[in-house]
Design a protein around this ligand. Structure first.
Ligand SMILES: Cc1ncc(COP(=O)(O)O)c(C=O)c1O
Length: 448
């Protein structure tokens, strides 16, 4: 298929869509009616017909500072001219140390050590291995079980697929890690339209105690949860839930891992979900907004004790942790990360998100009266709007995501839930535009 692009994009002319096997996309359907983004800037994307699309999900929760930030592009450009790539095994470059220090300064104490990788999925695999290495180093190699949660999304590598609580993401891949058990998810029908943390459902955390009773707490290595389950449609933890998980982990020597890939870097109105909910995990995974989505990057941050236990267990001149990626701490990704973190600081982005949250959630909750809306959930600068199913779960959501694009709105849908998470630099007018377009699209496309 020949897709015509605006003249200034001639150089990027596409002669065929066929060869690219696209991720998480209905390839045949897409290639019949492609949605090609040729430019992005600030709160907007532009398609190949010149249509202007307001970005309601900051890309994929990546672009907290909006698109096309000059400072990030310049930093990457400078870095690529200075040192485009140098290996990160047995040698280093300044950017990774500077970025790790910058992150440590905003991470909760005593989480001060950062391992870099290239995505959220890799961060999850890395965290699984760190948990194993830590327990082994402590002489507790019998901890071979992992706990995740229904409706969890932890990426798509084999570790994340094993932890996945999203059925479609695991059902086609029967060979996953053994010994993974899932807590119940935290959404209850009785919580519908509750804003912020639901006032009931804390007892769902007791599933973890039941697993300890059933399997022996001393056999469980780690529990993985997203502070707010993002990709499944914004499931906000009930009041007291994360605290209870923390207490059970402490009782049984289990590591608590927060997957902050979506929640991190201001989305919750604080640096991390851990700060928003006042619960400090042992390990945190992050990616996406770590460098505004500019260059693939992920990271795992751990408590001092974990880093020290693993490194001290090996002889002085030995590699302590047999893990790493060719592109771990890529110089360009680090440069983008440093520029991004500086902008977060300089522009007070996390505070801005906290201040804008009420306005954003008010705007989203105004959709409550729409006959197509089944539920709304939200916290900070993220909200899930669940539309009524048409009988086939997910069909309406998939259809709406495509139609909204042509209506000038980008929203990430999972199943029948549209997840609004605008850039944290959004003005009130942008939020109004996003919510108005969402309503208009519902009016236009949902008939029953
Ligand atoms: C909570 C969470 N963990 C992990 C991932 C995987 O990240 P990536 O797509 O960068 O591998 C995602 C992606 O959406 C996520 O939301």
């Amino acid at each position: 298929m020949n897709v015509s692009l605006p003249l200034d994009q001639e150089a990027m002319r596409i002669n065929s869509l066929e060869q690219h096997w696209m991720p998480f996309t209905g390839n045949r359907d897409f290639k019949e009616n492609p949605r090609i983004v040729v430019r992005s800037e600030g709160m907007y994307l532009w398609d190949h017909h010149g249509g202007k699309i307001v970005d309601g999900s900051s890309g994929l929760f990546t672009c907290a500072l909006g698109h096309g930030r000059r400072e990030i592009a310049d930093a990457v450009h400078r870095q690529m001219q200075l040192n485009d790539y140098s290996p990160h095994f047995q040698m280093g470059h300044p950017g990774s140390f500077a970025l790790a220090a910058k992150l440590a300064a905003i991470l909760p104490e005593p989480i001060n050590h950062v391992f870099f990788c290239c995505s959220g999925s890799e961060a999850i695999d890395t965290a699984l291995k760190i948990a194993m290495a830590y327990h082994r180093a402590r002489g507790e190699a019998q901890r071979v079980r992992f706990v995740s949660r229904e409706r969890a999304y932890h990426g798509v590598n084999m570790g994340g697929t094993s932890l996945s609580g999203m059925v479609r993401n695991r059902e086609g891949f029967p060979v996953t890690l053994p010994n993974v058990v899932h807590l119940r998810h935290t959404w209850l029908d009785t919580q519908r339209f509750q804003r912020g943390q639901p006032d009931h459902g804390v007892e769902l955390a007791d599933d973890l105690q039941r697993f300890c009773d059933m399997y022996g707490g001393q056999t469980i290595a780690a529990v993985f949860v997203e502070p707010v389950a993002g990709s499944t449609g914004t499931l906000v933890p009930p009041q007291g839930y994360l605290e209870r998980l923390r207490a059970i982990c402490d009782r049984h020597g289990i590591l608590l891992v927060f997957d902050e890939v979506i929640c991190g870097f201001g989305r919750m109105g604080t640096a991390f979900g851990a700060d928003a909910f006042g619960v400090t995990p042992d390990i945190m995974t992050m990616a996406k907004a770590i460098n505004n989505g500019a260059i693939p990057m992920g990271a795992v941050a751990v408590k001092d004790e974990i880093y020290e236990t693993v490194t001290d267990a090996a002889p002085q001149n030995a590699i302590e942790f047999f893990h790493g990626y060719t592109y771990s701490a890529h110089p360009a990704a680090c440069a983008a990360g440093l520029a991004t973190q500086e902008l977060y600081e300089k522009e007070g982005i996390f505070e801005r998100a906290r201040e804008m949250s009420d306005y954003f959630l008010d705007a989203v909750w105004s959709l409550k009266d729409h006959p197509a809306v089944y539920d709304i959930r939200g916290y900070g600068m993220m909200a899930g709007i669940e539309v009524k199913s048409d009988g086939a779960p997910g069909r309406r959501g998939t259809d709406l995501q495509k139609k909204m694009f042509w209506d000038g709105l980008h929203v990430k849908f999972t199943g029948d839930v549209g997840i609004l998470a605008p850039a944290l630099v959004a003005e009130r007018a942008h939020i109004d535009e996003i919510v108005d377009r969402f309503r208009t699209s519902l009016d236009r496309h949902v008939t029953a």
